[in-house]
Ligand binder design. Structure first.
Ligand SMILES: NC(=O)c1ccc[n+]([C@@H]2O[C@H](COP(=O)([O-])OP(=O)(O)OC[C@H]3O[C@@H](n4cnc5c(N)ncnc54)[C@H](O)[C@@H]3O)[C@@H](O)[C@H]2O)c1
Length: 369
């Protein structure tokens, strides 16, 4: 088969086989996009050993992509990379995104970049502000500078719905809603978003910003510091769970759905995503903490929960996911209730025997930075 014929076959696979569940006219657009890129795709995933990244790498490999993962494994999470070592389409680079020489090397030959790495979450950035500034601000600025002029196709930046901060009343935040980042973590995300979106006419790649809901679901690198898993773990272990501000809203989304969306953002026709922001999640997964507790209680009715007002995290936001549904046909499959059931089952099967005293492998508490 000639190179052109092989490329056409590969493009067809992506457009029609991998995405068989999407509408036919959208698949036809995907085929056009695959042919436009004109190279076998090598996706650089920065942070591919993390909670979301390790699921994403598996998904991309399964769909036939070549993957290079740059990760500093700051939570001693190197084991999450192990299943893919030796896979012909996978390369792991242990290194710091903030080291320019390392990042230049990581970019060599890649077609697309997904930026997932950094110190993730309000607590870890509050507790390690110097490292957060070095990685989430300076490191990201340097990466963005180095991305231009490399002939890249897509740059997907994973941001957060935390950027909406504290919303009064029951308004839904769409992508144009005023940003009100409360933490160092979210402030850095907003700065990176602004730099990327301000690059129109100056950069030769197509940037896309995905504002993720809070993640749940099983991953090789679990995070028991995130609400759904944190509550489920404590209640399943019979601990006395103290829930602050049970009425506060937030959106949630399964890690497997996030992996699907990132791939969708890479494959989508450029005109659908260029310099666009997408809230990533599903309306039905906008939940109060009380709703999450109730979902867990239906499966663990004996669990003990206490409530208290005026906790240290005032975030309250409900998010509108119309745009990602309409433009990318993305509707997450998994509900919070599914995620709770999945995790309770994993705990019952003894998958997390050491979770009574979790270490930083299981949550973003003490990064080695
Ligand atoms: N998990 C969520 O609920 C959530 C919600 C919204 C947005 N996000 C975003 O999704 C992305 C991934 O989140 P996650 O939950 O998988 O986080 P994570 O902490 O599990 O993963 C981050 C990864 O980045 C790596 N890393 C940290 N510093 C690095 C450095 N200097 N160089 C190279 N690698 C480094 C870590 O080793 C880790 O593997 C983040 O950008 C986060 O802001 C996550």
């Amino acid at each position: 088969m000639t190179n052109a014929a092989a490329r056409f076959e590969r493009a067809k696979t992506v457009a029609f086989e991998i995405n068989a569940h999407l509408p036919p006219d959208y698949q036809a657009e995907l085929l056009g996009e695959q042919l436009r890129v004109d190279r076998d795709r090598l996706v650089l995933v920065v942070g591919g050993a993390g909670y979301i990244g390790s699921v994403l790498c598996g998904d991309l490999l399964a769909k036939g992509y070549r993957v290079r993962n740059l990760d500093l494994v700051v939570y001693n999470n190197g084991v999450c990379v192990a299943p893919w070592l030796g896979h012909p389409n996978y390369q792991f680079m242990g290194g710091d995104l903030a080291d320019e020489a390392t990042f230049v090397k990581a970019l060599d030959g890649v077609t697309d970049v997904v930026l997932l790495a950094g110190l993730v979450g309000d607590p870890v950035t509050k507790n390690f502000p110097d490292a957060a500034a070095r990685i989430n601000d300076e490191g990201h600025s340097a990466m963005l500078r180095l991305l231009a002029g490399k002939g890249l196709n897509r740059v997907v930046f994973v941001s957060t719905c935390s950027n909406y901060g504290l919303i009064q009343g029951d308004q839904l935040a769409d992508e144009d809603f005023e940003l009100s980042p409360l933490s160092l973590y979210a402030k850095s995300k907003v700065r990176v978003e602004q730099t990327l979106l301000g690059g129109r006419g100056k950069v030769d790649y197509t940037p896309v910003v995905l504002r993720f809901a809070t993640a749940f679901g099983l991953s090789p690198r679990m995070r028991f510091d995130l609400t759904v898993s944190e509550f489920t773990r404590a209640m399943a272990l019979g601990e006395d769970l103290l829930v602050f501000d049970a009425h506060t809203w937030r959106p949630y989304c399964h890690v497997r759905d996030f992996a699907e969306l990132i791939r969708r953002a890479i494959e989508a026709p450029a005109e659908r995503v260029a310099f666009e922001v997408f809230n990533a999640g599903r309306d039905v997964n906008n939940k109060t903490k009380q709703m999450i507790v109730d979902a867990i209680l239906t499966q663990l009715p004996e669990a003990k929960v206490r409530y208290q007002e005026h906790g240290s995290d005032p975030r309250n936001y409900r998010v509108d996911f119309t745009k990602v549904k309409e433009r990318l046909h993305f509707v997450p499959k998994w509900t919070v209730e599914d995620g709770v059931a999945e995790l309770i089952d994993a705990l019952k099967q003894g998958l997390y025997r050491d979770i009574a005293q979790p270490t930083s492998f299981h949550g973003n508490w003490e990064p080695q930075v």
